[in-house]
Design a binder for this molecule. Structure first.
Ligand code: ADP
Ligand code: SF4
Length: 670
């Protein structure tokens, strides 16, 4: 299908200093959890974006000098000539598809505790250093240090140029070194602190010197915060505007972000598409240079509006390019309905935060391009004429049906409920999680185009029916249920008193049960579910206590960049948050909460307890038939986990059917 000519504007080339981006689709720098540790893996990932039509593809943050390491988070590095080779690997793969390659040069300053290099952290003043609460401080940079920094930056830029990069960044955002200099807290008494002009001096000098060094062939981009506020509604743009006006046409490109990272890359639970627009729409009015910014753009209409209204020149994307490396190509070819839209869950960010390769809920091939040779759009044709029965239409079952259908297998999927989608359908009805339904919708759309995939809804399948159906292969994707007995991370045995009608689970609530209050939500799961259930019940007017053995709500979400916001919401809603607490006993309308530290018991009234602790695989069909037919479990039925894990499991089963899979380690290593 030809594309709507209105979208032609998105495919116009954009001049960026000495180079030209072939279109407006710009993959901004984003971390991958790979960095210098996995050069082949990261090069293949970036190359895939270029193949999918992203006109510019950038690296992750790339350290210019050993005084800036971010371990345990894997960064790139351009510390010496040894680092050039692995960057060239990426550049070649990006150039092979006609895209520009950009490198984000980075110095963390006080954000780097230098746990790996053991170099003394640097900062504009002596201040606490490190990402977390490392008990170390920076050395206040003197003039010699500033001179060194400028030299390191230029040397790294020259190495980037030798690696073949087209765009070199000066990174002045996200509380790294240059941002620390720009900040009002920089009250140095020399010409690098105090007044706005002084605080912007180092940035100015770095732009000028980087341009002098590599500006003949490379564009120089500046990543800059358009707001200095910490909150969404505190979009204080006055001082950033003054600085940007001062530096206006110095760089070749402005890459605009906001100060609050948890807003800039906020989950869909808290931030909508184009969330940065209000804070940064002024930028183009004060510079003639091209502007790029992000906003979890997945709608071509929104992209078009952003360009037409002069908010940006280039559509910046990290997550939309992760969820769908072929997004630009799909718009180009008039296949917008095939865009695998990011759901805004930030599972991709957990890779960086755990020092492991990036994963994506929507795109199970993300991070597997090199080591497994997986392609997000292509999958080998079927290896036999086997007929496949899939039982269960959650994310695992739907992904398996989609990918097997694409391979050409005859697939039948039976789902007990009227609605397909399993947990994503149920969970997307909870507060803030509506976009998660995209996991279901994209797959249903794909399957809808394939006559070789059939559905049976409202079909509770039992073992006799499976045998009678006579499929050659059976995939059991029947999911998992939340446990009522309280087994979880803290309680290794059932909680006394659990087996009463007043104890329910999130499954009951998602099935429409409205409990009576007061309610205790006991969260020993620590991801989003406990917090989201508490939020829903509180909004329904019930008195809610959220008790957890952890020291905060939804601990895992600190690595999806949303823990602070969840805790803020829980407290603002008036939910009583009780931390460091287990449940000693449930007893006719009361719950005995027990401090995990002192054992002290506190009795509270609770007409209902919502047990959010762990889940039990629904695998009885599998066990009944395991020795009799070719049958396999996938998704939560195999092992309860994230939606991303379920999708990956369904995808892997589809890829590996009739395929040769390496024995032992099932992927290439580097
Ligand atoms: P996953 O995350 O692994 O995909 P879900 O819990 O989201 O798991 O989905 C499992 C799906 O399987 C649910 O929609 C559920 O209704 C369905 N299901 C469970 N048991 C049966 C069964 N016996 N027959 C058909 N469908 C079933
Ligand atoms: Fe989007 Fe989630 Fe994929 Fe990240 S993991 S790109 S947030 S769908």
């Amino acid at each position: 299908m030809a594309r709507d000519p209105r979208f032609d504007v998105l495919f116009e080339p954009v001049e960026i200093g000495p180079v030209t981006a072939p279109n407006r689709f710009y993959q901004v720098p984003h971390c991958t959890g790979m960095g210098y540790r996995r050069p082949q893996t990261v090069a293949a990932l970036r190359g895939m974006k270029a193949e999918g039509g992203w006109g510019t593809v950038c690296t992750e943050y790339t350290s210019i000098h050993p005084t800036s390491d971010d371990e345990p988070f894997p960064t790139g590095s351009l510390w010496d000539d040894q680092d050039i080779e692995w960057h060239s690997l990426m550049v070649e793969q990006v150039h092979a598809h006609g895209a520009l390659a950009g490198v984000e040069l980075w110095h963390g300053g006080a954000a780097s505790a230098n746990l790996y290099t053991r170099e003394t952290p640097l900062g504009p003043s002596s201040m606490p250093a490190g990402y977390s609460v490392d008990p170390v401080q920076t050395k206040a940079m003197d003039k010699a240090d500033i001179k060194d920094l400028k030299r390191w930056h230029v040397e790294a830029a020259l190495r980037a140029q030798r690696a073949g990069f087209d765009i070199v960044y000066v990174y002045a955002a996200h509380w790294y070194l240059l941002r620390q200099f720009l900040d009002p807290s920089n009250q140095r008494s020399d010409e690098y602190g105090g007044s706005v002009e002084n605080r912007a001096r180092l940035l100015r000098e770095l732009i000028v010197e980087t341009k002098e060094a590599v500006g003949d062939t490379c564009a120089v981009a500046v990543r800059f915060s358009a707001s200095s506020g910490g909150d969404d509604d505190d979009q204080d743009t006055e001082e950033p505007r003054e600085m940007l006006e001062m530096l206006s046409d110095l760089p070749d490109l402005w890459d605009i972000v906001v100060n609050d990272y948890s807003y800039e890359m906020g989950t869909s639970r808290f931030v909508e598409e184009a969330g940065l627009e209000a804070a940064m729409s002024w930028v183009k009015s004060v510079t003639d240079k091209p502007v790029v910014s992000v906003g979890r753009f997945t709608s071509p209409e929104t992209m078009l509006r952003m360009v037409r209204q002069g908010v940006v020149d280039l559509i910046g994307a990290a997550r939309p390019s992760i969820a769908d490396p072929f997004l630009p190509q799909k718009i180009r070819d008039g296949r917008d309905d095939e865009i695998r839209e990011c759901i805004g869950c930030n599972i991709c960010y957990t890779g960086d935060q755990t020092g492991t390769p990036i994963r994506c809920t929507q795109n199970p091939t993300m991070g597997e391009e090199w080591r497994k040779g997986w392609h997000p759009e292509n999958i080998p044709a079927k290896g036999s004429d086997s007929k496949v029965l899939i039982v269960g239409g959650g994310p695992a079952g739907l992904e398996a049906a989609t990918s097997l259908g694409k391979r050409g297998y005859d697939v039948t999927l039976a789902e007990a409920r009227r609605e397909l989608g399993g947990r994503v359908t149920l969970e997307s009805a909870l507060p803030g999680l509506a976009e998660w339904a995209r996991v279901r919708d994209w797959r249903l759309n794909q399957i809808g185009k394939r006559p070789n995939v059939e559905f049976y809804r409202e079909s509770v399948v039992d073992e006799d029916q499976i045998l009678e159906f006579g499929a050659d292969r059976v995939l059991i994707a029947t999911g998992a249920k939340w446990r009522r007995d309280g087994l979880g991370r803290w309680h290794e045995t059932p909680i006394p008193g659990w087996d009463t009608p007043s104890v329910i689970t999130p499954d009951d609530i998602m099935d429409g049960v409205m409990p009576t209050g007061p309610v205790v939500v006991f969260d020993d799961d620590h991801y989003y579910m406990g917090g989201v259930i508490a939020e829903q019940l509180r909004k329904a007017g019930l008195d809610v206590t959220l008790a957890t053995p952890e020291n905060e709500v939804s601990t895992y979400t600190s690595i999806t960049e949303e823990q602070f916001r969840i805790q803020q919401r829980i407290l603002t809603l008036g939910i009583d948050l009780v931390t460091g607490t287990g449940v000693a006993r449930i007893d006719g309308g009361t719950v005995m909460l027990e401090s995990i530290h002192t054992g002290e018991i506190r009795e509270i009234e609770a007409a209902t307890v919502v047990m959010t602790t762990s889940r039990e695989p629904q695998d009885s069909l599998y066990h009944a038939l395991a020795d009799r037919i070719a049958i396999q479990r996938i998704g939560d039925c195999l092992a309860p986990g994230t939606i991303a894990t379920a999708v990956y499991s369904g995808h892997r089963a589809a890829r590996e059917m009739d395929a040769e899979v390496p024995v032992g380690v099932p992927f290439r290593r580097e």
